[in-house]
Write a protein that binds this ligand. Structure first.
Ligand code: IPM
Ligand code: MG
Length: 355
């Protein structure tokens, strides 16, 4: 199991250090795990002059899986667009063809009170958002600036999806649903967008191969509302890149804290990049305050999806559950009056629970 670790910016290195403790523990128990470090995002601009430098490209191509912290932050906000940390992230997704982004929003019972929604709406919530990650308006050409027919300057982007792109993400969703409660809700804007009309048509076509799975469709505006109104109606949600970006942030808040949610970005062979959903949190960087649990849970996803080692992923998830039961809380998941521990202490608590 060869892993490339890309800590990234601000809190990235801090949370990754705690994830590495888990890898070290498994290695000490005889697992053949090896890892190397690389640069992505602002850290890569600082070290190598590019947010996704050639050295990282090479290392990423040969690795079996990639663990990423978080990229971006104020230090890099004034860089020209092609050097922005976000470009590094989009670059590696596209380069490695990581088209399937899995963002589970699961509520840990112990944290049901820290959601901004009432407990009865979210207790037991387990939604899997599957976001297409390498197409759509994020990558569509042409894009840029031009002078329009009326002589005005304008900015523009292009939304499109090809049949193979929709087919492959549809299959990921139906396959995932088979391992869950056999329900897929495809989210689009079919009442307005041609891209969405096509998306829905292809979804319905692929669904023919999965008669055991229920397929429903929902407009994205309604889906945004239903997620806060009655989130437990959803099992697997599948959607395009831009809608998935927005809905997955929304769903993360149902789970209490964005500091708890892992994600996986997979190619057609389950090679993957694993990262917490949250960003680089510049405001708390370097203060031993960040919650490392989303990153540690991303390691669990890595063992499950890229290495087919559900035994190891189950152990990590059980350890995280245990530390929550024991009452360990970083600031983001603490209720008023609860004792708050730091990033390193949380990592150590997980390690102790693992043993
Ligand atoms: C995400 C992020 C990225 C995205 C940004 C940082 C480019 O918001 O992973 O959801 O929009 O995909
Ligand atoms: Mg986002």
């Amino acid at each position: 199991m060869n892993i490339l670790i890309l800590p990234g910016d601000y809190i990235g290195p801090e949370i990754l250090a705690e994830a590495v403790k888990v890898l070290e523990a498994f290695k000490a128990q005889g697992e053949t795990i090896a890892w190397t470090l690389g640069h992505l995002g602002g850290a890569a601009v600082d070290a190598e002059g590019h947010p996704y430098p050639p050295s990282t490209q090479q290392a990423a191509r040969v690795a079996d899986a990639i663990l990423l912290g978080a990229v971006g932050g104020p230090k890099y906000d004034t860089l020209p667009r092609e050097l922005r940390p976000e470009r590094g992230l989009l670059g590696i997704r596209k380069d490695l063809n990581l088209f399937a982004n899995l963002r589970p929003a699961r509520v840990f019972e112990e944290l049901a009170d820290s959601s901004s929604l009432k407990k009865e709406f979210i207790a037991g919530l387990d939604v899997l958002i599957i976001r297409e990650l390498t197409g759509d308006i994020y990558f569509g050409q042409p894009r840029g600036r031009r002078v329009n027919a009326e002589g005005h300057d304008e900015g523009f982007d292009t939304m499109h999806y090809s049949r193979p792109e929709v087919e492959r993400i549809a299959r990921v969703a139906f396959e995932a649903a088979r391992k869950r409660s056999q329900r897929v809700c495809s989210v689009d804007k079919e009442n307005v967008l041609d891209t969405s009309r096509f998306w829905r048509e292809v979804m319905i076509g692929v669904h023919q191969d999965y008669p055991d799975v229920e397929l429903t469709h929902m407009y994205v505006d309604n889906a945004a509302m239903q997620l806060v109104k009655r989130p437990k109606q959803f099992d697997v949600m599948v959607t395009g890149n831009i809608f998935g970006d927005i809905l997955s942030d929304e769903a993360s808040m149902l789970a209490g804290s964005i500091g708890m949610l892992p994600s996986a970005s997979l190619d057609a062979n389950n090679k993957g990049m694993y990262e917490p959903i949250h960003g680089s949190a510049p405001d708390i960087a370097g203060q031993n305050k960040a919650n490392p649990l989303a990153t540690i849970l991303s390691v669990a996803m890595m063992f499950k999806y890229s290495f087919d080692r559900t035994d190891l992923s189950d152990r990590i998830e059980a350890a995280v559950k245990k530390v929550l039961q024991q009452g360990h809380r970083t600031g983001d998941i603490a209720m008023p009056g609860e004792k708050v521990i730091g990033t390193r202490e949380m990592g150590d608590a997980v390690l102790a629970a693992l043993k």
